[in-house]
Design a protein around this ligand. Structure first.
Ligand code: SME
Length: 161
């Protein structure tokens, strides 16, 4: 197993396929959610261009609590009716926000964030948390990014026992 992130190449979908393989490699044989979330945050933060935050929030039964991440320190707790993360968690739908300043209730943890992609993490019908990626560029995330990050989020859920 290689711990070093390999260079990505090809089309965007091909690069996401390579990133997914790297993610699976990092989580191979490991079920600990903190360990896997920590490594995925580092993988995504370093592999994705133009991103200033990548990490996890876990659902504690009441609200979202920050988990492993890369980027500036973030809000610790987010209620399910607040922010982009709360919207992803409560609707269980990926939130791809072109411009966070146009999203009602967006929580600005890092003032540099201008667009955001938040994928809900659900296992056997239960909400576990969200995977959140922020960018300082408006419209940073397109459908390919959404599909790619959703596949990586699904691999993280699958690694849980
Ligand atoms: N912007 C998020 C809060 C989390 S930070 O981006 C890390 C939101 O509106 O839910």
């Amino acid at each position: 197993m290689s711990f070093a992130s390999q260079t990505l190449s090809g089309t965007k979908s091909e690069q996401y396929a390579q990133l997914l393989e790297q993610a699976r490699g990092l989580m191979q044989g490991e079920t600990d959610r903190i360990a896997n979330a920590a490594n995925l945050s580092a993988l995504l933060f370093n592999a994705l261009p133009d991103c200033n935050w990548a990490g996890f929030y876990f659902f504690d039964g009441t609200e979202l609590v920050v988990g492993p991440f890369q980027g500036l320190p973030a809000c610790v707790r987010i209620k399910l009716d607040k922010g982009v993360c709360g919207a992803a968690a409560s609707t269980r739908q990926t939130q791809r926000v072109h411009d966070v300043e146009a999203f009602p209730g967006h929580i600005a943890c890092d003032a540099a964030s201008r667009s955001e992609l938040v994928v809900p993490l659900v296992k056997d019908g239960a909400l576990i948390g969200v995977l959140d990626i922020d960018s300082p560029r408006v419209g940073r995330f397109d459908e390919d990014d959404q599909r790619g990050i959703e596949a990586i989020a699904a691999a993280w859920v699958q690694a849980l026992q």
